[in-house]
Design a protein around this ligand. Structure first.
Ligand code: XMP
Length: 326
């Protein structure tokens, strides 16, 4: 199969005016491709699938069916935002599947990172497949494939969603942002009126918090990780670091150590801060977070998150570390 190539004459989309021209062009193209047929989209809430959803809602309204699978490993508030923005504000045809128990039951006792990833990816396909088979009259599958996906792979969106979509699905593809680079997708997303925090979201692995809850995932430690991560993100937002640092998150390893709380011995987990900068994710350097902010984050996490009694910082660049702490 011939690879799709971005024409050299295609102007880089850097302004709202250029984004609006692209949007108009795509609306016409989508309408002529799809006609009065129905389109299915796995909507994770990430930048690419969100922009594709917004474009398709504008082009074909309720002919688009969005399925959002909550695998229980989302960051705090993410599934809620998908429901709020797409289900309520944009009035999309949205199917929300809370599959948390299915995923966490399957992951119970599994400590090996690759096994965890396989379980999450495999189960995602199963859940999506089950939902798709309940629907009638779907002719197209929309995907948030972007140009780097085409350059890096065979144009399959496998790296960006949890595990790729079922191969045996007999749908034609609708991929309206397949010639765009990430920064252009963001400009288009803003022009479509999506919330800034959705459009400028930091990268987040498909298997989500599952990779950062080290070892075998337990519900209480996953909850602690999600809460601590939300505090870190809030403090980065408040201090202005959020728009400056490429990726920042918390990882929680699967061992406890002794601490003291309210004058009593208190065994808890450590929350490990990781904040890195990179341009291509192949190498990464460490963000030097001001100590005053580190003290504030530590104070909040240790007081507000049950189960955490220490905060640490991972200052390993990539290489030797990876960006994720898995
Ligand atoms: P590492 O940890 O390999 O990560 O240095 C490089 C970048 O890739 C992201 N990452 C993923 N992104 N699905 C994704 O869409 C995944 O399964 C996945 N695993 C890692 C990671 O967050 C970092 O930005």
């Amino acid at each position: 199969m011939n690879k799709i190539v971005r024409p050299e004459t295609m102007e880089r989309i850097t302004t709202p005016a250029l984004a609006n021209a692209f949007i108009d062009e795509q609306l016409a193209e989508i309408r002529s491709q799809v006609g009065d047929k129905k389109v299915l989209l796995a909507l994770s809430g990430g930048v690419d699938s969100s922009v594709v959803a917004a474009l398709l809602i504008k082009a074909i309204g309720k002919q688009l069916v969005c399925v959002h699978v909550n695998h229980g490993l989302m960051r705090k508030g993410e599934s809620e935002q998908v429901i709020e923005v797409f289900g309520k504000e944009l009035d999309a045809n949205l199917i929300y599947v809370d599959a948390t128990d299915r995923f966490l039951d399957l992951l119970a006792g599994v400590a090996e990172p690759e096994k965890k990833r396989k379980i999450i990816g495999g189960e995602f396909i199963k859940v999506f497949d089950e939902e798709a088979s309940k629907l009638e009259g779907i002719s197209f599958l929309a995907q948030g494939t972007i140009y780097p996906d085409i350059l890096e792979s065979d144009g399959v969106k496998a790296h960006h969603n949890v595990g790729g979509l079922p191969e045996d699905m007999q749908f034609s593809l609708v991929e309206p942002v397949k010639l765009l680079y990430k920064d252009e997708v963001r400009v288009v997303g803003e022009a479509l009126g999506l919330p800034h925090n959705m459009v400028y979201r930091q990268p987040f692995p498909g298997p989500g918090l599952g990779v950062r809850c080290l070892g075998a995932i337990t519900r209480d430690r996953l909850h602690a990780l999600r809460e601590a991560d939300a505090i870190l993100r809030e403090e980065f937002d408040n201090s202005g670091l959020a728009g400056k640092v490429w990726q920042y998150f918390i990882a929680v390893p699967d061992f406890k150590s002794v601490g003291v709380k309210d004058g009593k011995r208190y065994e808890g987990w450590a929350a490990i801060i990781r904040a890195v900068n990179t341009s291509d994710a192949m190498t990464a350097t460490i963000e030097e977070i001001p100590y005053a902010l580190l003290h504030k984050i530590t104070d909040r996490i240790t007081h507000e998150v049950p189960g955490i009694n220490r905060v640490m910082m991972d200052i390993t660049p990539k290489p030797v570390g990876t960006i994720e702490f898995e």
